[in-house]
Design a protein. Structure first.
Length: 164
């Protein structure tokens, strides 16, 4: 881990990256709620992301989920002090139920072994891919998701990092 930065400082770098390079996150009101080294939670209010049914627009849900996983890769590369280009290579979304409140996209870090292999491939080949998942829950007021709580949206994405 980059010992000169703590998790809060690394999280602030992600917030700044969103502001500097991804204007859609500003239009959505997408923010970093928390990052603890294992879990990244992004949130966005319903109002700028609402559809004609008064629920969250599918495109906004997709973007929030994509960004939660993208953010996790970004944070993990920052922790390793890796300067790289990062891209989404594939994404798949399953819409299970409408989201009628605040959008909360949650991504958990891959296993230590998965991350080690990811970074080893990057060191050896100058590129690496990793699959991540995000979930969005309907009850945005719940700060801790119960293991029995079913997500409203499930996302799986393939992310790549490339040497600059």
């Amino acid at each position: 881990m980059n010992t000169s930065l703590n998790q809060q400082q690394i999280s602030e770098k992600l917030k700044q990256f969103f502001l500097d390079h991804l204007p859609i996150t500003q239009f959505m009101g997408l923010e970093v709620e928390s990052y603890d080294g294992d879990t990244l939670i992004l949130t966005a209010p319903l109002e700028p992301n609402i559809n004609d049914k008064q629920t969250a627009f599918g495109g906004s849900l997709y973007n929030a989920a994509v960004m939660a996983c993208w953010g996790m890769v970004y944070l993990k590369t920052q922790e390793k002090n890796i300067d790289c280009n990062q891209v989404v290579a594939e994404g798949s979304m399953k819409y299970i139920a409408p989201v009628s409140g605040r959008i909360r996209a949650i991504c958990h870090a891959p296993s230590e072994g998965g991350l080690a292999e990811f970074f080893e491939n990057f060191d050896l080949k100058g590129r690496a891919k990793i699959t991540l998942e995000a979930a969005i829950y309907n009850d945005a007021c719940v700060m801790k998701i119960d293991p029995e709580t079913k997500p409203s949206v499930k996302f799986t994405g393939l992310y790549a990092i490339l040497k600059r």
